[in-house]
Design a protein around this ligand. Structure first.
Ligand SMILES: [Mn+2]
Length: 309
């Protein structure tokens, strides 16, 4: 079978009982039926189809490894691990369906689910699951990414470069997409023109490097006109020195401190305005290309924020 659902692995890591009751790390607080949950989408089929370098299949395991020994924040609530959807062959469409079906179900029990990708083909499965769980709700999509990922599905079918074009196809009139960190040289004019024609809102990498508040107004406006927020983070939005282990490293990139600030800002605006963010994903980590685990650590810091903010 090309798609398997694999139960969550046991979490383990460092323990410091001599430091007392507050020596809590993330591996200590994994339990069933928590408010927030992780699920892995171990899949690189979309990256391969998009002619990127492989490795994203190992993303969920590397992210768990980088999360396990991080200190828990004060008064951290436990979180659940729902295991992995494992796509071993080129069966991308079946994998996305399995992710969507699983999310539609587990989003009934968890107020927020964070998907550990996987290439950016994760996003189509994520969005479909969210839309199935919350039918009729206006979903605002915020993507932190160097790339628009608005390619059309050609002869090769869907890939890691097509998810937002696929999402738009589901309901063009309700498509509301904000892409933060877009690098001009990483998107052809055909894609930039398509973004304009489809009403996509863009804040470039240059704008965010010059001013970390450059996207605030666009975020505020999207949140205000949405019922719920879907946040998707392509780790290749970071510079190569903070995220070398991705399918497509960025020469420039938006610095980690700015991306962390943006994630915090989006979550706080979502909370304050009562437009929840029940689903987020973090994609494109490629562990075989990440020898020092720097990229996994950068990504895990963002996952930790999504778990506890
Ligand atoms: Mn992407």
């Amino acid at each position: 079978m090309p798609v398997n659902v694999i139960p969550a692995p046991p979490w383990s890591g460092r323990s410091d009982p001599e430091d007392g009751a507050g020596a809590v790390r993330l591996h200590h607080i994994v339990q069933d039926n928590a408010g927030r949950a992780l699920i892995g989408f171990a899949c690189e089929a979309g990256v391969i189809r998009n002619k990127g370098r492989g490795g994203a299949h190992a993303g969920p395991a590397a992210l768990r490894g980088a999360l396990a020994n991080m200190a828990a924040p004060p008064d951290a609530k436990p979180f659940s691990d729902l295991g992995d959807i494992d796509v071993t062959a080129d069966d991308l469409e079946a994998g996305q369906s399995a992710l969507s079906d699983t999310l539609a179900e587990v989003l009934q029990q968890h107020e927020r689910v964070i998907v550990l990708g996987g290439g950016h083909e994760t996003a189509f499965g994520s969005y479909c699951g969210l839309a199935a769980r919350y039918p009729g709700r206006q979903i605002g999509i915020i993507n932190l990414d160097a790339h628009l990922d608005l390619r059309l599905t050609g002869d090769n079918g869907p890939s890691s470069g097509t998810p937002f074009a696929q999402i738009r196809e589901l309901d063009p009139n309700r498509f509301d997409y904000l892409c933060l960190g877009v690098a001009e040289e990483s998107n052809t004019q055909a894609l930039m023109n398509r973004a304009r024609d489809w009403g996509v809102n863009i804040v470039t990498d240059h704008a965010l490097i010059a001013d970390r508040n450059a996207a605030n107004r666009a975020i505020d406006e999207l949140v205000a006109r949405s019922d719920i927020i879907y946040l998707t983070i392509d780790i290749d939005v970071l510079p190569h020195y903070e995220a070398p282990g991705v399918s497509a490293p960025a020469a420039r990139g938006v610095p980690f401190a700015t991306i962390e600030y943006l994630v915090g800002y989006i979550l706080s605006q979502s909370k304050q305005s009562g437009r929840p963010c029940p689903l987020a994903d973090i994609v494109e980590l490629s562990p075989p290309n990440d020898p020092q685990n720097v990229t996994a650590k950068s990504a895990a810091l963002l996952v930790r924020r999504l778990l506890f903010s």
